[in-house]
Design a protein around this ligand. Structure first.
Ligand code: BG6
Length: 472
């Protein structure tokens, strides 16, 4: 049996703020990241996406490189503030035109677009009006989504609404490291609920447009989440229990609403009791229930080992409403992530554990059934060595080939994995780590007019694609 099906999509991914640059060009409005990254002390050495990879101006050259690589699909996000500079209302025709040209260029090389509607760059105007804490943002998102479906869905059949809620809500509203820099679990849960509402409204609009014949035949809409399997740090029952809690918070809370149309009941009760959030309005349950995804996108980088936190080791303690911790989603104190003493780690302390990708995919299949899966991100953040002018990123080749093998293993065990989008196609801005943390197959020389150079991994991935993964 061959490791990957014949119609498997070989892709790569990026996100608008991280590659496009041209932050204030052709009528684009400011996003929260344009504003936040300009505030002192928010990002690594003050780096920002004003120029990024300048993909906005070099799109044709970049797509030609994707074609040379042999990609059959490209995952990118749309900058909401390019389409609606103020978040809603008047459409910016130049923004629509850019994505029309990008889509047409991709299709001219037979590269299938996969669009993410929201990869964290909320229009600043909507943030000024309350951002994701305001229900009106969910309405604005539905308007934005419909505008994109109408403009592009005649040529685009793979759509996802949101990228990694746990990161933009977790960092935006709990750690405060992303905009809007808030530190409140209750506000996080309410904002997160509005994201699910926004997602469901967009899915409903998509389905309606499919019925009306406005969307290309096989169109599918999904959601992209972090896939972070948890392993107990020991066989002790406290650690096992802590792991189940971590699964509940980091996986079930974020996947159940979009794949089962409901929150995990027990956690929801505890959250509403201890934090008073999320609050629902009439019809929310029905909206979520009726708008389950067609597929799920999984972003896998690492797993976490979980141990009980001796300071507060029982889940039940929180149900009393007394110990309302200020941790992740309000329950962080109940467990902690610990380092695996035998683990292999990146320079940024992310455990390299390819087998976790197989395990995570199989856990998703076990809980949610035979949902189509795309691996929408996977990659190694690394300071690439340059030897005699060549970028020799052997560590990336090793990382990706082991993770591809892990995907092949999941497919062999019956998972419906349909595509692989390594992060990232080209070196781009890491939100909090600037340009030093590289992920791409294509290097950007930031001292030589952003000149593109193919890395060693480019040739490797080209051979993988040509062989449909059989050379692994
Ligand atoms: C994912 C995001 O969380 O991880 C990407 O979807 C991000 O946008 C990637 O760049 C890698 O994270 P980091 O922090 O290493 O740039």
């Amino acid at each position: 049996m061959q490791p990957f099906p014949n119609n498997f999509l070989w892709g790569a991914a990026t996100a608008a703020y991280q590659v496009e640059g041209a932050h204030d060009v052709d009528g684009k409005g400011p996003s929260i990241w344009d504003i936040y990254s300009h505030q002192p002390g928010t990002t690594y050495q003050g780096t920002n996406g004003d120029v990024a990879a300048d993909h906005y101006h070099r799109m044709e050259e970049d797509v030609a490189l994707m074609a040379e690589l042999g990609m059959s699909s490209y995952r990118f996000s749309i900058a909401w503030a390019r389409i609606f500079p103020e978040g809603r209302g008047k459409v910016n025709a130049a923004g629509v035109d850019f994505y029309n040209r990008l889509i047409d260029t991709l299709l001219s090389y037979n590269i299938q677009p996969m669009i993410t509607l929201y990869h964290w760059d909320l229009p600043q105007r909507l943030q000024d009006e309350g951002g994701w804490e305001s229900r009106a943002t969910a309405e604005a998102f539905a308007e934005y989504a419909m505008t994109c479906f109408l403009a592009f869905s005649d040529r685009v059949s793979l759509w996802s609404t949101f990228n990694e809620t746990v990161v933009f809500i977790g960092h935006g509203y709990i750690t405060g490291l992303h905009p809007p820099g808030v530190n409140s679990p209750a506000r996080a849960l309410q904002a997160c609920h509005h994201v699910f509402v926004a997602h469901a409204k967009a899915v409903a609009a998509f389905r309606q447009m499919q019925c009306d014949g406005n969307i290309r035949g096989k169109g599918m809409i999904g959601f992209v989440n972090v896939l972070q399997p948890h392993t107990p740090a020991s066989t002790m029952s406290e650690d096992q229990k802590a792991t189940r809690i971590a699964d509940g918070i980091y996986t079930h809370w974020l996947y159940d609403p979009v794949l089962k149309g409901e929150y995990p009941k027990e956690l929801l009760e505890i959250a509403q009791l201890t934090l008073g959030a999320p609050e629902f309005v009439k019809g929310d349950e029905k909206l979520l229930k009726e708008n389950i995804c067609d597929f799920i996108g999984l972003n896998y980088y690492k797993r976490e080992m979980v141990a009980a936190n001796p300071q507060q080791s029982t889940f039940e303690m929180n149900t009393s409403g007394q110990s309302n911790s200020a941790g992740e989603f309000g329950f962080k104190d109940l467990f902690k992530f610990v380092r695996n003493p035998e683990g292999e780690y990146t320079d940024w302390d992310w455990e390299i554990y390819p087998q976790g990708l197989t395990e995570g995919i199989m856990q998703i299949k076990a809980r949610y059934g035979d949902i189509p899966i795309y691996i929408t991100e996977n990659g190694l953040g690394y300071k690439d060595p340059i030897i005699d002018g060549k970028i020799i990123d052997d560590a990336r080749i090793d990382y990706l080939s082991r993770h591809l093998q892990a995907i092949a293993d999941a497919i062999a065990q019956g998972a419906d994995v349909r595509g692989f989008y390594p992060w990232s196609f080209i070196d781009l801005l890491s939100w909090l780590n600037g340009y030093q943390k590289q992920y791409g197959f294509v290097y950007i020389d930031r001292h030589d007019y952003l000149k593109r150079k193919k890395k060693k991994s480019f040739d490797w991935y080209q051979r993988v694609i040509q062989s449909n993964g059989t050379i692994l």
